[in-house]
Design a binder for this molecule. Structure first.
Ligand code: HEC
Ligand code: HEC
Length: 366
């Protein structure tokens, strides 16, 4: 059997070499011959993919620059000068092709399919994590806009129909939009998102746009329930240390009924954030305040709700409702107690898997 195979292969090789060379397959576009081509082949061809990913496309210089930047952030290797040469080559030799009607209903924004954002699946997957952590509560698990249960200032826009997203290429427009300032679930300034995160988000949002164009408005919601209930339970009682403060038969009893999965995830990631749950009423209704314990030298400890704390002064409202204030001196002991600090610290510890497992576990507590 094996012998036959080898003979067959040898015969085929002879037959192939006997034939005149074939013309290159027409389906594979090639790169135009011009200065810089060798550098493009070397940087784009050797590392992640073949040069055919760029051949046959047509973009403006700006868009080529963003494509190349996205390649750099994914590990393409070349010197700064070489990247300049690459962008130059691509912009001159692969300019946007005009006059072509856009397919898939996106022609109205004036960019044909040649100018579309090419979705990178892995980047989109990373972008999904950013979306879930920072956007999903307001923009919904299909990116089609926030749930009607949210009051208007929090109900996010439909991002699949958003011009900011449709016009975006490789995070350029989305990044600009976010730089101007936009709410994030974590409460951090939106300009603090790293450019790699914005790029990943862009891949994810373009994927949602493509999904919707392909299969209608009800396609593939982001499923936040992909975790493993058992692993979540183990993490809760083990490495996560959640059981030190919570009990699933006490304060967290029925937590899976109180919030939908997205709200649940939001709640345990950022318990201080506004409520996205079912039947829990107004936004952030029962946020616990940060408290202080202040002990002057030789005096009794006063505790109360933090009103002001900086390097020079500290003030609080004590348990009797009195306003108390001190000048900060080295002998004055000040302890700050943020009931949510444990959750803030946990944010740095969760892996994506822990996060999904916990959500699955909490959701199962009905
Ligand atoms: C607290 C709720 C909230 C969060 C969190 C939030 N958004 Fe928004 N977003 C809104 C609201 C409300 C609007 C509509 C009003 C506006 O444009 O500011 C909006 C509008 C947008 C728009 C413009 C849509 C258009 O075409 O007018 C984009 C793009 C956008 N959001 C992206 C994001 C991304 C990406 C994230 C996460 C990184 C995010 N948003 C997080 C509430 C939110
Ligand atoms: C050091 C104490 C502490 C630890 C550890 C801790 N939490 Fe919390 N958690 C809190 C406090 C305090 C709140 C706020 C409760 C409130 O606002 O009513 C909270 C809120 C929550 C909420 C929202 C409950 C609600 O009904 O809105 C969830 C869900 C939650 N935590 C899950 C977890 C999980 C899962 C872990 C482990 C990965 C964890 N917590 C670890 C103290 C802690």
């Amino acid at each position: 059997m094996r012998r036959w195979f080898i003979l067959g292969a040898a015969a085929l090789a002879v037959q192939l070499s006997a034939q005149p060379p074939r013309p290159p397959a027409p389906a594979k576009p090639t790169l135009p011959d011009a200065p810089g081509r060798a550098t493009v082949l070397q940087a784009c061809g050797s590392s992640c993919h073949g040069p055919e990913i760029v051949a046959g496309k047509g973009y403006s210089r700006d868009n080529w620059a963003t494509v190349v930047n996205s390649m750099i952030s994914r590990g393409a290797k070349a010197s700064g000068a070489e990247f300049g040469e690459i962008i130059d080559y691509l912009a001159k030799n692969l300019p946007p092709r005009t006059g072509k009607a856009g397919a898939g209903g996106v022609g109205f924004i004036g960019s044909g399919p040649d100018d579309a954002h090419l979705v990178d699946g892995e980047a989109a997957e990373r972008g999904k994590s950013v979306y879930v952590a920072e956007c999903i509560t307001c923009h919904g698990n299909r990116a089609r806009g926030g749930p009607d249960s949210l009051p208007p200032p929090q109900r996010g826009a439909d991002l699949v129909r958003s011009l900011v997203v449709l016009k975006d290429r490789y995070g350029a427009t989305i990044g600009e939009f976010l730089k101007k300032g936009h709410p994030l679930q974590s409460g951090k300034p939106s300009a603090s998102l790293a450019s790699a995160q914005v790029l990943d988000l862009a891949h994810f949002l373009h994927l949602k746009v493509n999904d919707t164009l392909r299969s209608g408005p009800f396609s593939s919601p982001v499923n936040v329930l992909t975790g493993d209930v058992k692993a979540g339970e183990q993490y809760f009682n083990g490495a996560g240390g959640c059981n030190k403060c919570h009990s699933v038969t006490g304060d967290l009893a029925g937590v899976g009924k109180r919030y939908d999965p997205t709200g649940l995830q939001q709640k345990f990631l950022f318990p201080k954030s506004f409520s996205a749950g079912r039947g829990r009423g107004a936004a952030g209704g029962n946020i616990k305040p940060v408290t202080l314990r202040v002990t002057p030298a030789g005096g009794a400890t006063v505790s109360g709700v933090l009103l002001h704390l900086d390097d020079f002064n500290v003030s609080l409202r004590d348990d009797q409702g009195e306003y108390r204030t001190w000048t900060r001196v080295p002998s004055l002991k000040v302890e700050k107690i943020d009931p949510y600090q444990a959750h803030v610290d946990l944010l740095d510890k969760y892996t994506d898997k822990n996060m999904h497992d916990i959500v699955a576990y909490l959701e199962s507590i009905k």
